[in-house]
Ligand binder design. Structure first.
Ligand code: ZN
Length: 286
């Protein structure tokens, strides 16, 4: 009987680490990459991985972790097209030849853009020199919006705005789990740099849509090492976005916006992301 087995969710997190870049004058404005997760959804024999992590070192550590479960990896699902979530695909596929990298149309399009646009390529090569492939393997289109793992459906849904548009989540109804990519953050500063007020409103609507699924497990693409994969992270993310939008409309300076946000949400990893978000969002207001 296909559905007598239960799926399991296990999460590997790679800690915050330095990237190449220059430090700003403000506290915590140092070039760091946020901690990130990759999630293994496993049945009795087979498993699916969600998101790839970034650097060769990340991927090699991830491969060892996955191999410890002794499952056959049959798919690698990608939540969105920001390169940090899929650029490790080629190296993963070398180790898991039964798998294919799969994503929604919006994610495939964004990934193709990041792999081909010179500014994007320079950005990723610049912050991780020699640590990411120059000619990365792209995810393929997942037909039909779902993947079947040992009789269980994994729904891969383009939910709309997250830290980029066309963000997808992986919903596993049989166990009440959502792997949320960068729609939900967990104890890490949220990447607001590519949003305006309307996009942040749409992002909150995406969080409402995840809450409506009433998940018992929610895995964030960026989470602090050891942070629980709790559905409370949905409301925490909504509150962060609302606070950021309100304070951004009140504050005229980057320091003012960062300072006010740190008072409310200071206990999160990687304040560099907050500094970057504040600079970009206030520049649009300009
Ligand atoms: Zn990300």
């Amino acid at each position: 009987m296909a559905n007598e087995n239960r799926l399991h969710v296990d999460v590997h997190v790679t800690p915050m680490r330095p990237i190449v870049g220059s430090a700003g004058p403000g506290p915590g404005d140092e070039p760091m990459w946020s901690p990130m997760s990759s999630t293994l959804i496993s049945g009795e024999r087979d498993a699916v991985l969600v998101d790839t992590l970034v650097t060769y070192d990340h991927v090699d550590t991830l491969v060892k972790w996955v191999e410890g479960f002794g499952k056959r990896v049959v798919g690698i699902l990608i939540t969105h097209g920001h390169s940090d979530h899929w650029i490790g695909l080629g190296r993963l596929l070398e180790h898991f030849p039964d798998a294919r990298g799969l994503a929604t149309a919006g994610t495939v399009a964004r990934a193709r853009f990041e792999a081909s646009d010179e500014t994007q390529r320079r950005y990723w090569q610049g912050i991780f020199p020699g640590e990411v492939p120059e000619d990365p393997v792209l995810p393929e289109l997942l037909e039909g919006g779902s993947f079947t793992l040992e009789g269980h459906t994994l729904e891969v849904t383009d939910i709309g705005q997250g830290d980029t548009e066309h963000s997808a989540i992986v919903h596993v109804p049989s166990i009440g789990a959502v792997v949320a990519g960068d729609v939900v953050y967990n104890q890490v500063h949220m990447m607001m740099a590519f949003t305006d007020a309307a996009a942040r409103g749409a992002w909150i609507a995406s969080l409402d849509a995840i809450a409506a699924l009433a998940p018992r497990t929610v895995v964030s693409g960026h989470k602090r090492v050891g942070a629980p994969d709790s559905p409370d992270t949905i409301e925490q993310s909504r509150r962060y976005i609302r606070d950021f939008s309100r304070i951004a409309s009140e504050q005229g300076t980057v320091e003012g916006l960062v300072g006010a946000m740190m008072q409310l949400h200071g206990d999160r990893d990687n304040p560099r992301t907050l500094w970057h978000s504040a600079r970009m969002v206030l520049a649009q207001k300009g």
